[in-house]
Design a protein around this ligand. Structure first.
Ligand SMILES: [Zn+2]
Length: 134
């Protein structure tokens, strides 16, 4: 008799892509063309880079991403998509580089990055909690 074991393997690539598509709609980011780059793993959990043309972006995951639990996958994906939602804020911050001394801008940019990462992370957690995992 063969016993089949259900192995906890994480969400997998197909599920990550499905979660991205669901949250893209939930966050009203459906007009974005998001390319997932599976060939170049992120050094972080994930990262997202908007292109210079509106509204395209490349999303990359850490190589461990397919092993994430559904909850962690949802939180990390919502986190990255919120960066897209705030893309124009990032552009606005970057305009300060034109008028600030280099050292001042460096401090300003680091402070803004730190504050926005913290806010985005809290929002991602709350959104997944309120809406439920995709
Ligand atoms: Zn982030």
């Amino acid at each position: 008799m063969t016993v089949l074991h259900a192995v906890e393997e994480g969400v997998g690539r197909d599920e990550l892509e499905r979660i991205v598509a669901v949250w893209q709609q939930r966050l009203r980011l459906g007009h974005w063309q998001i390319r997932i780059d599976w060939d170049t793993p992120s050094d972080h959990h994930a990262d997202i880079k908007p292109w210079s043309v509106y509204d395209y972006a490349t999303l990359r995951f850490n190589s461990a991403a397919p092993t994430w639990s559904p909850l962690i996958a949802n939180r990390n994906i919502v986190h990255e998509l919120l960066h897209l939602a705030l893309r124009d804020v990032d552009y606005a911050v970057e305009t300060a580089e034109l008028v600030m001394a280099a050292n001042t801008y460096k401090l300003f940019e680091a402070a803004v990055d730190n504050a926005s990462e913290a806010a985005i992370d809290r929002l991602a957690t709350v959104l997944v909690h309120l809406a439920g995992p995709a």
